[in-house]
Design a protein around this ligand. Structure first.
Ligand code: FE
Ligand code: MN
Length: 474
């Protein structure tokens, strides 16, 4: 017990130093990546008493498009957050980070990555695009090991292109899990990023931006990918996204050139172009993104791809016109999915998601691990547990919840876990009406103020009116 108190205190201190307070950096601490608990108190969470959770999303219903359109088949994946195997000893510190994190299945990150590599080879796309947060916290060893995995895809004749996410470069949180705690590990500079991933975009670039790690990649005779580095890592690593002034000028040149050549451009960034989440805006949307939206709209760009949010989502810049943005959810967070994008030579597109077939992979590789052999079930339970913990941590953090009984808190934590898991999968629409009718949900409405989780639930249910896993534009 004492060790765990020390660990919690230590994590809390690191968390404060990193500035990942719930309000400031929510994409990283609640809906995305921080593995550090937001609370600053030194008491430890009781092991949650959860029995059975309701199914949080239906089995994949997203139908693949009837017939591929003339153009390219592109696999889009993001936020895999790979951790080198040697950087964890699977002891308490690692366990705590996983169970009180943001839902990344770090305990199986190696199996997830291997299954992804195999599935990509089977899918035989023309290109794989990875839009940042390639590593857990930017550890050098994680980058090098992950680049080795990407090499396997390229050896099968499938090109892979990457850009960095906010976790990948100059990350002071790069660490190795040891026992109850963690020790600092080597991180990488922007130059090292370009070096490690030279075969995954940088060496093949048609054009390289001198102000950032952005570049242009020729997809086919009619289409180019504009790979935008939106990360801030000079001097200090920041969570939020921005585009440098010089990069804006470079983008303009690139757009003009592509226009003159009659080519389509698919911009890809780690951070979001549009305000995809009404609650967690700061640090998610690219700063002053109106400038980028105007610029891309003026060149009639139909589609923008991003990640970072860990939530499956899409939006359009205007009600019935403008640019679409598709945010693909994190590959390492259940339902562990990626996007399949058919991009037409005329700029039309069809997108749908596909969950990794972990069960199939486990069978094929002769695994005896029960969690892998029942990964759908395991993933759902795991995610529910993590989000249940998030709610319970919030109850401890805010005085406003002190008057509630243990049973009431349980009801609330369960409905939060259920809705948030469905939100991550882009499938709130499947459970929305049932969830809203539950007593736990009503308690969030009545007792939840001023918790950000209450606001978040309100947004989830008002936004969850459609399936965010399928989108097409002709
Ligand atoms: Fe991420
Ligand atoms: Mn991110």
């Amino acid at each position: 017990m004492r060790n765990r108190i020390v660990l919690a205190a230590l994590l809390a201190v690191v968390c404060m130093l990193a500035g990942c307070s719930l309000k400031e950096a929510v994409p990283e601490s609640t809906s995305a990546e921080s593995t550090l608990p937001p609370e600053t108190e030194t008491t430890k969470a009781e092991p949650p008493t959860i029995e059975e959770f309701p199914q949080t999303w239906e089995e994949p219903t997203s139908e693949p498009p009837e017939e591929p359109i003339e153009g390219s088949k592109i696999i889009v994946a993001t936020d895999m957050h790979y951790l080198a195997r040697s950087l964890t000893d699977f002891q308490k510190g690692f366990e705590y980070s996983v169970d009180h994190g943001d839902g990344k299945v770090m305990q199986y990150i190696w199996e997830i990555t291997d299954a992804f590599v195999e599935e990509v080879k089977e899918e035989q796309p023309d290109l794989v695009i990875l839009s940042g947060d390639l590593t857990y916290n930017g550890e050098k060893e994680s980058h090098e090991e992950f680049a080795g995995k990407l090499e396997e895809i390229e050896e099968a004749g499938i090109p892979v292109i990457v850009i960095p996410g906010n976790h990948d470069i100059n990350n002071a949180q790069a660490a190795q899990f040891v026992g109850d705690t963690f020790l600092g590990a080597d991180n990488i500079t922007p130059e090292e990023f370009e070096e490690i991933y030279q075969d995954f975009g940088y060496n093949e670039a048609v054009s390289r931006d001198s102000a950032s790690l952005s570049y242009v990649y020729q997809v086919n005779d009619y289409t180019r990918a504009l790979m935008l580095d939106t990360c801030q890592y000079e001097r200090k690593n920041l969570v939020g996204g921005m585009i440098r002034d010089d990069t804006y000028d470079w983008i303009e040149e690139q757009m003009e050139e592509a226009w003159n050549l009659g080519m389509n451009v698919i911009p890809v960034a780690h951070h979001n172009l549009l305000d995809e989440s009404e609650v967690y805006l700061q640090d998610c949307t690219i700063e002053h993104s109106e400038q980028l939206i105007d610029q891309l709209e003026s060149w009639e760009v139909p589609l923008f791809l991003s990640g970072h949010l860990h939530v499956q989502h899409y939006m359009r810049s205007r009600a019935d016109s403008g640019i679409y943005e598709i945010v693909t959810s994190s590959l390492s967070t259940p339902p562990c999915q990626y996007g399949i994008l058919y991009y037409g030579d005329e700029g039309s597109f069809r997108y749908h998601t596909k969950s990794l077939d972990m069960k199939g992979w486990a069978k094929k590789t002769g695994s005896t691990d029960k969690n892998l052999l029942n990964f759908d079930e395991f993933g759902k339970k795991f995610l529910s547990k993590v989000f249940y913990n998030q709610a319970q941590d919030e109850f401890k953090r805010l005085d406003t919840f002190q008057g509630l009984t243990k049973y009431q808190k349980e009801q609330m934590a369960k409905v939060y876990a259920e809705l948030n898991a469905a939100c991550y999968a882009g499938k709130v629409v499947d459970i929305r009406d049932k969830a809203i009718a539950k007593a736990g949900y009503k308690m969030w409405e009545e007792e939840g103020y001023p918790s950000i989780l209450a606001q978040y639930l309100e947004w989830i249910t008002s936004d969850g009116t459609k399936d965010y896993n399928v989108l097409s534009s002709e």
